[in-house]
Design a protein around this ligand. Sequence first.
Ligand code: PMP
Ligand code: GLU
Length: 384
Amino acid sequence: MISSRVKLLSSSSTLKITALTKKLKKEGRDVVNFAAGEPDFDTPSFIKEKAKLAIDQGSTKYTPSAGTNEIRQAICNKLKEENNIPCEAPNIIVTSGAKYAIFASMVTFLDKGDEVLVPAPFWVSYPEMAKLCGAKIKIIKTKAKDGFKLSADLLARAISKKTKLLVLNYPSNPTGVTYNEGELKAIYDVVKDKNIIVLSDEIYEILTYDGARHVSFASIGDAHKFTVTINGFSKSFSMTGWRLGYLEAASNFIEAISKVIDHTTSCASSVSQAAGLAAIQDKKWPQTMREEFEKRRNMLFGGLSTLKKIKPFKPNGTFYMFCDIKKSGLSSVEFSSSLLDKHLVSTIPADSFGAEGFIRLSFATSTQDIEKGIARIKEFTSSL
Ligand code: PMP
Ligand code: GLU
């Protein structure tokens, strides 16, 4: 009964473990949640108020499938001013979450047998979405000693005649690394004349640390012509449940992706779009959250660095910390499962990110829990 494409899919480890953690907490178990793939802040009240107003004023019907003119214009202004992307409002499509922006793009571009390049460690959903499109996935393994970064050299060696699309994601889920302009320019130089589409997932752009400045791939040279920029409201405004994301691309791409949206979701939620319009015009709130995450990153990194059998990498973006656990002698799944079972600390094993021997910790949790979590991990690693 099940299609051969879907039979090939794995379920999402991030969503599964996050749901299990929430369930245990609801049952009253004192779990430290280092699994969360979402900010622990409440959606700011100025955003909620706009959503309530939108409902009361009747913004409860279909919007144009690419989004309301107002939100597309506001997103366009942001991308021009902050990201230096040469776009116009018609280059924007608002989607039901950034996840759907990625999927709609992949469906638009990928034919059976097309090759998709995915640097590892990667976010779980890229290979699965590409599989659903019948594409062939080529994983490019990056190394810890190179800061888990895709180099021009690695990329050049991975490209073949069949390569159709390259997935870039920075700041990266799960490693937290980000790229500077020079590194992006080197990637641009490799792909620019190769007829390859770059899907640049920049959903964590707000969350950079140590003064790192986010540079959008589409702002480099003529990359805008072959890049789909993915972004959204989930991480910047703590709006994961509102399901609001967007993409920006050249007009010929937009025309094609629009057809997929027309026949699948029709449009993103009208109420969420009204809320998103209020959100995107505020520049202060995300910075307050960013500052808090930077403090928590320092705290978690400081604590884990003193422990044996676990080696944390200091991220300069996102709210994830990637840790090498190979010295424990356990696999990623064994380490994560035992830590949850015996010490009530939930983490994500990184085998599903294409990185066996590593786990991902999220510091989107309170400082009290970070302290408690470090103490419990210490107890666990000392017992190994
Ligand atoms: N890209 C990355 C790298 C992510 O971690 C997430 C988190 N879910 C998404 C895209 C999708 O975000 P959303 O669909 O909530 O906008
Ligand atoms: N992106 C988040 C994570 O990696 C949320 C869950 C998901 O969509 O995968 O945990």
